[in-house]
Design a protein around this ligand. Structure first.
Ligand code: SIN
Ligand code: CO
Length: 378
């Protein structure tokens, strides 16, 4: 993507300008960000997605008289949802990009941001008056109005205290600063912790393009676990030795030499940038818990890839200076193979000519990934 090109999606800003002025800083409202935008799926299609076990969904109902909200987790059969004529309810369907090619395609508009930061496309369907209450999210979000109208009240808040009488995280004292009525094709970007409250004005659908940012704790856990696996597999694993150990009259005390050895080995792994980079890439590309790939009936052969290969919409592929990562697995890559694997991750596909330029080992991996359903013949 040309990051110096003004985009209607960003109200005529270039991605470079948007990142400098708005990203993680302040909201941006863009009217007709996607002119002539057509919803990616109809209401019955969305409701059908929410019936499936592998699709994460929630139903949020406002209780009359500001008494709070009721929340239930899916899947939902059609009869388990309130009547379409009933006001004040919302169905939230998470990860639609994993289930629908068109949703995955929509996310491509946002690839001026690193893939490692992108989370998913959530679709919310609401009847008149529906909404999830005034709240703030920890992550950046682009709210795209896809169908009907939604009124957004937004504001920076001093008081972020939450109501304690309802299962949703709803602000107790929301004070909006601005109100916007979004129509189909309009887009509202909100930075993390910016409070917002979206109210459906008639039946509507809103798409949330959500981002993720690792928390320190979960990141440390993911990396240390993977580093530990690497350490276990290391070939020249050295044993602790203690020829200087003296006779002990306090046998239960941990020897200082063993403490020093422990500190030394951990520090050695943490100080290894390639080992850390490998762990990070594997962690970042780990498929989400409900993701299943569809393996082809027959193992593909080179002849099946005559027009190239593309990443399956569920696949996550990233790279760094040393590695290529796909779906939680990291591979060392250098030279021409690295260049082509990076192309696969950035562009989402490789042509037949690209495939012919791969080394036999890399080509064997490509066939293996096709066999796992991670790549598809074009
Ligand atoms: C919604 O679309 O109903 C909720 C999205 C949000 O507030 O983050
Ligand atoms: Co929100």
């Amino acid at each position: 993507m040309d990051i110096h090109q003004p985009l209607p999606l960003l109200g005529g800003l270039t991605p470079e300008q948007f990142m400098k002025r708005y990203w993680q800083k302040k909201p941006l409202l863009v009217r007709q960000a996607l002119p002539h935008f057509q919803p990616l799926l109809s209401r019955p299609e969305l409701l059908a997605l929410a019936e499936q076990d592998e699709v994460e969904s929630r139903l949020v109902k406002k209780i009359q008289g500001d008494a709070g909200w009721q929340v239930r987790s899916g899947p939902f059969q059609r009869r388990q949802l309130p009547a379409l004529k009933a006001p004040d309810w919302t169905l939230l369907v998470q990860g639609v990009d994993l289930h629908l090619d068109a949703a995955h395609q929509l996310l491509q508009h946002f690839r001026f941001l690193p893939d490692a930061r992108l989370d998913d496309l959530m679709i919310s369907f609401a009847t008149d008056g529906g909404g999830v209450g005034p709240h703030f999210d920890s992550y950046d979000v682009f709210l795209l109005q896809a169908h009907g109208c939604r009124e957004w009240r937004i504001g920076r808040q001093k008081d972020l205290s939450l109501r304690d009488d309802t299962p949703l995280k709803v602000l107790a004292h929301f004070e909006p600063e601005e109100t916007f009525l979004l129509e189909p094709g309009d887009l509202l970007y909100l930075p993390p912790r910016y409070a917002h409250d979206g109210l459906a004005r008639g039946e509507c659908m809103t798409y949330s393009i959500g981002f993720r940012a690792p928390k320190q704790g979960e990141l440390a856990q993911g990396l240390l676990q993977r580093l530990a696996e690497q350490a276990e597999q290391a070939e020249n694993d050295t044993l602790y030795s203690d020829p200087q150990q003296t006779a002990s009259s306090t046998p239960a005390s941990v020897p200082a030499g063993l403490q020093a050895f422990a500190a030394q080995v951990t520090a050695r792994w943490l100080a290894n940038p390639q080992a850390l980079a490998l762990a990070l890439g594997e962690w970042l590309t780990e498929p989400k818990p409900r993701v299943w790939f569809e393996a082809p009936e027959q193992a593909p052969e080179m002849a099946d890839l005559a027009t190239g290969v593309a990443l399956d919409r569920r696949s996550k592929a990233l790279y760094d200076d040393w590695h290529f990562f796909i779906n939680g697995e990291g591979f060392r890559a250098a030279g021409k193979d690295a260049k082509l694997m990076r192309r696969l991750a950035d562009q989402g596909h490789l042509s037949a000519k690209d495939l012919h330029a791969l080394s036999p080992d890399a080509l064997a991996l490509v066939l293996e990934w096709c066999d796992s359903g991670w790549l598809k013949p074009l």
